[in-house]
Design a binder for this molecule. Structure first.
Ligand code: SF4
Length: 293
């Protein structure tokens, strides 16, 4: 395992010193992967979770600092337990033996050197899903070519000022559009088997934020203009305030039906392929129990 690095893995390019257990970069991650939970997970899109669940591995820490993150305990507070690449590869095998549809790496970018090592030790025979915030460097994504089968990125903002204010990232829309193009180059359009389970390709998510339908419409326009029928979209309306958003004047409430319908109508008018998650799915019960096991 890499025990000391000067890090430029993500678009922040901190050039920060990272040691095994500590890091001075924006993500604060050391080089040893930290895990909050490993288990079958049933709350991704139907083509990812199916009826057997995705083999979810929730990594602690994140390169984005979203103030509304529903996983803020693990993403912002970096709570979790460290794991070696050897142990991680054993966890892939265990999940596979449980019959999950895929290995679902959630917010993994900050630990990529150790994760690549884990796949050198054992590459599962089920699809590998890379579940991320969309704020990725192309050079870093290239190291995943041939390993990742399904990219599951967010496309959060068309308004870069919101990316800066809510997630602490610069030039989000340009960075995310280039990253998405690279993901599509590697894996192509989403392919689903006869049982309705994704096997390869890209499924891009967008979470509608309260008071920001214009941002959402801008995101859908970017996806249409740049990727059109090659992209499959998952439009999410299940926002609920968490973390710092609980005290934010705009983000401290759920979406209204009118806001959700306005963005959904735009998705339909653009004739983009995809899923729409209902407003009724805005519920705390979808958040895993962080037992650090
Ligand atoms: S992974 Fe962490 S330390 Fe490395 S560039 Fe990104 S935020 Fe900085």
């Amino acid at each position: 395992m890499v025990i000391l690095m000067i890090c430029s893995i993500c678009p922040h390019k901190c050039k920060a010193t990272r040691e095994l257990h500590t890091g001075e970069g924006i993500c604060k991650a050391g080089t040893a992967p930290k895990i909050a939970r490993i288990s079958p997970h049933y709350w991704e899109e139907p083509c990812i979770s199916g009826d057997k669940g995705s083999g979810a591995i929730f990594f602690s820490g994140c390169t984005m600092k979203c103030i509304y993150c529903q996983n803020y305990e693990i993403s912002a507070e970096n709570r979790g337990v460290e794991i070696t690449p050897e142990k991680l590869s054993e966890e892939y095998k265990k999940l596979e033996e449980q019959g999950v549809h895929n290995i679902d790496l959630i917010s993994a970018t900050q630990y990529l050197p150790a994760i690549l090592k884990s796949f050198d030790i054992y590459k599962p025979n089920i699809p590998i899903v890379y579940n991320c915030g969309g704020y990725e460097r192309i050079e870093t994504l290239r190291s995943l070519e041939g390993i990742v089968d399904i990219y599951l990125p967010d496309f959060k903002y068309s308004d870069n000022s919101l990316g800066e204010e809510y997630s602490g990232v610069e030039e989000y829309k340009e960075v995310a559009a280039k990253a998405l193009a690279e993901m599509l180059r590697q894996t192509g359009k989403l392919k689903i088997n006869d049982d309705g389970i994704a096997q390869s390709g890209v499924l891009v998510r967008h979470l509608i934020l309260p008071g920001h339908t214009k941002n959402s419409i801008g995101v859908l326009n970017i996806l249409k203009e740049n990727f059109d029928s090659n992209i499959t979209v998952s439009l999410m309306g299940q926002y609920i305030p968490h973390g710092k958003a609980l005290n934010h004047p705009k983000l401290n409430r759920k979406l209204t039906k009118r806001e959700y319908q306005k963005v959904l109508d735009h998705l339909l008018a653009l004739e983009l392929d995809g899923y729409a998650q209902e407003l009724e799915s805005a519920d705390d019960s979808y958040i895993p129990n962080w037992d650090y096991k």
